[in-house]
Design a protein around this ligand. Sequence first.
Ligand code: BZD
Length: 841
Amino acid sequence: VEASIPEPQREAWLKHQVNGFKDKDGFEENVVRHVETTLARSMFNCDEHAAYSACALAFRDRLILEWNRTQQRQTFADSKRLYYLSLEFLMGRALDNAMLNIGQKDVAKAGLAELGFRIEDIIEQEHDAALGNGGLGRLAACFLDSLASLNLPAWGYGLRYRYGIFKQEIIDGYQVEVPDYWLDFNPWEFPRHDVTVDIQFYGHVNRTQGESGKTTAHWEGGEMVRAVAFDVPIPGYATTTTNNLRLWSSKAASGEFDFQKFNSGDYESSVADQQRAETISAVLYPNDNLDRGKELRLKQQYFWVAASLYDIVRRFKKAKRAWSEFPEQVAIQLNDTHPTLAIVELQRILVDLEGLEWDDAWNIVVNTFGYTNHTVLPEALEKWSVGLFQHLLPRHLQIIYDINLFFLQTVERAFPNDRELLARVSIIEESQPKMVRMAFLAIVGSHKVNGVAELHSDLIKTTIFKDFVSIFGPDKFTNVTNGITPRRWLHQANPRLSDLIATKVGSYDFLKDLTKLNKIELSVNDKQFRKEWAEIKLANKVRLAKHIQESAGVTVNPTSLFDVQVKRIHEYKRQQLNIFGVIHRYLTLKAMSPEERKKQLPRVSIFGGKAAPGYWMAKQIIHLINSVGVVVNNDADIGDLLKVVFLEDYNVSKAEIITPASDISEHISTAGTEASGTSNMKFVLNGGLIIGTCDGANIEITREIGENNIFLFGNLAEDVEDLRHAHTYGSHTIDPDLAKVFATIEQGVFGSTQDFSGMITAVRDHGDFYLVSDDFHSYIETQALVDEAYRDQEEWITKCITSVSRMGFFSSDRCINEYAEGIWNIEPLHVERDAGVRKGE
Ligand code: BZD
């Protein structure tokens, strides 16, 4: 590496080489320097936010040095890289994570204390990076942490939204959305104004014939938008590897604004182009698991995909290899179908711009891409109208038609005369209007397709993608069960539990190899260990109780059973089942004599999560939860026996407080609807138990921790279809206990009956698609078992410790290793320089 600097200048460069701070003194020096110079503040008026800023900048300096070295190392090694394309990266806060991964949290803590600050207060100053909706975006963030921690050469590519997921306020029980402008001060990104790509939209296609008779397509006209790169360093844990997340921001391609219009006095339209261009990366779409087919969304997708591919291809071309080697140098993973256009764009680059033959290009494309599916819900499967494509991306539509034609020809050869099959698998749906089925395009253009938990991967093979299994054979389809990073979701969120575990494991090695947790099972009967375990859980609950008091104004007793359901609000996730169950509990308590009541176990039902702004039913569910809270929390008969809390603005940093404080958490989706779920893993890893359906990763969690340690209930996925059929065509009777709940709501006990009628009629009159009534009895009975189990605290703690000890499988490191071996064929890059500077704490 050093030899790349010309001899005469080498000495000067090396002499002044910057190395980040090494100890407390160095850290303090860096912080003070940033306060006084970068932030232009005096040290005499440095508030907590300025201290956070300076601290973040000190860490950023270190990260970028490691980032540079990592990039140099990866370039020199010339090894295959993975590119993870995701429209969402739900990163949360970066400072705490950087301190932990670099192994300098103790140094920062001591240094900040000497400068007059508590590290916890400083960490709290940071605005969450919330460029995602839910599980899919957070999974991408966990993957980046694991990729870097495993020294894998990998880049993330995404969009730099000016507004992340909206902030949720609860006003009079209703959700109100507030924009999340998060870029006021973001020390974690490096603008690369020199790394830009001009992206074309609209226009038309011309064909020319060369001397050889070969025709070439030229995409001409239309308009250009400029993509500018912003790089975010991603530090690995206990390694010097620091990977890159590149986010694209849009601006006008033609410079600032139209001077001609400006000079002629047309000020408004002179800036209109600029604003239109900037709109592309302005805002994250707040829908999870719903496809709305909006033009701006397709523009976002192409803008980001085209910029990323240009960048990837540019990097590949530097080494001057043959195109056929592309898949040996590049693996691209599609996080859901959102980046599927990348398949078409690479084919276009290879055929139209680089002059490859169609078949040679297509071989390269298929061997490069992998596609991860995250849902079987029909309303979430992306489709774009052919008309919109024709207008926005005319050349891409032609290529899609050609891809489809060649694909259908191979199907016809293998299954002659099966016209229905051809219609079923066609990438173009012959509907009115015609639609492009993005999932089908992603399957046809990838060499591997994976689901995110075993049940889900089986379901895609037997339902939505069944025909493709017959066509391509079963080997194209595989499972990679999701995972979570133990760095953030154990050590960072629950430092005391992590420290306690370390005393039994003998080191913090479990943060690198989570299967080492199994050592704590040997201590399950160790009295002191159990005592400390219980103390930590209580302390975490006290902390959450304080947060509940401050944010929701509800006083809860930390010794109550904390029952938590935090995730996006969706009918399939069934928060309505939970709140109906809470109402049932309330009615049961009300019907008891005071003596009987005294024997009951106090419980706090905690909800949190955002509803997509246009999702009316989800908003009603939030309103009902809040309305029930108002009644129950103020009922003198009930007191501490039941409290109902809705936590405003659930996000990653709140999850870090909530997760460690749960006794039981709810993962109660209708069987077969939740692809995996990942918060289920986080809760168990933090010493909470779960109540859940046989859905997604709950099934594998049960297999790992043992069925005695989980509360499963409800109908199985294989029964869902028959039940739905019976609801529609047979007689549909509602569970009698649920009917009482409905009657109570309809009497107006929780306020406006009109507001909640939709939730009731969905179950009673509209076929109960999510099987709320079918599962209600089983749910209530199982909740009673939870109460009973919780009364035996000794047994409960045994269950918790045993479960944690068996959670090793759910590390995102295991998951990433499976992708690396089975899909990407990439290998870790040996880190020569002593990683000792980055030991864990
Ligand atoms: O992906 C989620 C699934 O619902 C979970 O079961 C799974 O655990 C995670 C990770 O695999 N899917 C989403 O979060 N999906 C979205 O957020 C989304 C966003 C935009 C458009 C479509 C879906």
